[in-house]
Ligand binder design. Structure first.
Ligand code: EPZ
Length: 418
């Protein structure tokens, strides 16, 4: 397993090209199964989760051709067969093929994802939404088994909480239902909006994406489509924190300020300067950091996917900050590893108390999940001396060429083959 060797102390300077959003690309790839017409996706990030999802639709008979970060999908010959535990175990987002397979073929069988490092992550809201659209759906033998031999029927779906995945499942399935579907308490993430834009290009009629109430007209007549995936706001936020933590300045090309309002607000409160540049967003910090309390929330609140990274930054801000995680029940796996780097963090339930300002020192650390692993890289960029981050395959799931992008900005970082 590859490792990263990092020597701290370099101020990052330069420009970073922000890649397409992993969490927009994954549902869009799943959505290609809805239509017998070709879908051309551009600006996909070169990350292993995208490779995995392309593998999943290929298993279902979709034919894909690649050109750099573009993929041409022809799902005209696709069929619904079981999506195995081994496939889903590798990537929970595989569950996103459930709605499209059921909607197109009238049946689907997808292994339950099981838990993951950041929590149990049930799929009850996905199942309930498809049941409300008329599917006979339940859990049998460790799999979600769904059937709708007479097709799906539009319904009013009220989500218990604004789940990103459940909103996407309901939206995709509703495009093929008969009649109108209303999704209430829908997730408002930009990735949900981008999926709606992709589905719209494919012929679907969706209104209200990005608000808590989405209306989907069913009975879509599908057409050949192209869609350019939005830039990754979480990758952009990660590099913004890299500039802040090292006291440097980075231009994040392609980053979209309008997707990052809550992140920019928190960074500015912490003493970081952010302003629009010619090609994206410029992030700079040359004064002292200020400790800031943060609570993660569904969009447009502060994203849970940046909580670990921001915690690394708060380890360098002299004083106490409280980080409260409200979206996942176990998203502090990075804490013991940050403590190994010399951080002073105390956990109390869903809240972490960070006492920042003591210099971090390099150490061997272990990545546990995608965002935890990048928070360790950020801390290592300022820790005195050498750090080794193990199990960087977690990073490769969601960050394209992280070591190279950081090297280009002056970081002392190299990948050691495992
Ligand atoms: C998406 O996951 C993202 N993944 C996650 O990013 C992100 O952290 C999350 O949304 C929240 O923003 C993708 O888009 C592929 P949820 P998802 O459904 O859809 C509970 C990353 O690092 N829940 O909004 O799985 C769930 O357990 C990843 O890129 C149910 O209880 O998130 C969680 O506590 C990590 N029942 C909360 O809701 C359900 O049926 C939010 O989950 C569904 C979810």
């Amino acid at each position: 397993m590859d490792k990263l060797r990092i020597v701290g102390g370099q101020r990052l300077q330069g420009a970073v090209a922000i890649s397409g959003a992993k969490n927009a690309a994954l549902p869009q790839i799943a959505a290609s199964l809805l239509s017998p017409e070709p879908l051309h996706l551009t600006n996909l990030p070169a990350v292993s989760d995208v490779e995995n999802m392309l593998g999943v639709i290929t298993q279902h008979g979709a034919e894909i051709s690649r050109q750099g970060r573009s993929v041409h999908v022809d799902a005209s010959k696709a069929s619904s067969r079981e999506t195995s535990y081994d496939t889903v175990r590798k990537m929970r987002a595989t569950v996103l093929v459930l709605g499209p397979l059921l909607a197109r073929f009238g049946k689907a069988e997808v292994s339950l994802p099981g838990g993951c490092a950041i929590g149990a992550r049930p799929v009850d809201m996905h199942i309930k939404a498809l049941g409300q659209l008329g599917a006979d759906i339940g859990i049998r033998g460790g799999s979600i088994v769904a059937a709708a031999p007479k097709g799906l029927t539009g319904a009013r779906i009220v989500l218990g909480s604004p789940s990103v995945g459940a909103t996407e499942t309901a939206m995709m399935a509703a495009t093929a239902a008969q009649g109108e579907t209303e999704i209430v308490n829908a997730a408002r993430e930009p990735e949900v909006m981008d999926l709606a834009a992709c589905l719209g290009a494919m012929g679907a009629n969706i209104e209200g994406a990005g608000t808590h109430r989405i209306l989907v007209q069913g009975g879509t007549s599908w057409r050949a489509a192209s869609h350019h995936t939005i830039p990754d706001r979480i990758e952009a936020g990660t590099y913004a924190i890299a500039a802040a933590i090292t006291g440097g300045q980075l231009e994040l090309t392609n980053a979209r300020l309008e997707h990052m309002a809550s992140v920019v607000q928190v960074l500015e409160a912490a003493g970081v300067s952010v302003w629009p540049g010619d090609r994206g967003l410029i992030v700079s910090r040359d004064g002292p950091l200020t400790p800031v309390d943060v609570t993660t929330e569904p969009y447009p609140g502060f994203p849970t996917d940046l909580q670990a990274q921001f915690m690394a930054l708060m380890c360098c801000a002299p004083g106490a900050s409280l980080l409260r995680e409200t979206v996942f029940e176990n998203r502090f796996m990075h804490v013991p590893e940050l403590v190994r780097l010399g951080a002073n963090i105390t956990l109390q339930g869903t809240t972490a108390l960070v006492r920042g300002g003591t210099p971090l020192r390099g150490a061997q650390v272990m990545a546990t999940d995608l965002r935890a692993s990048v928070s360790l890289v950020l801390a290592a960029l300022v820790a005195e001396g050498e750090s080794i981050v193990n199990r960087v395959y977690h990073l490769d799931r969601g960050y394209e060429s992280l070591d190279r992008k950081l090297q280009m900005c002056g970081a002392t970082i190299e990948r050691l083959p495992g």
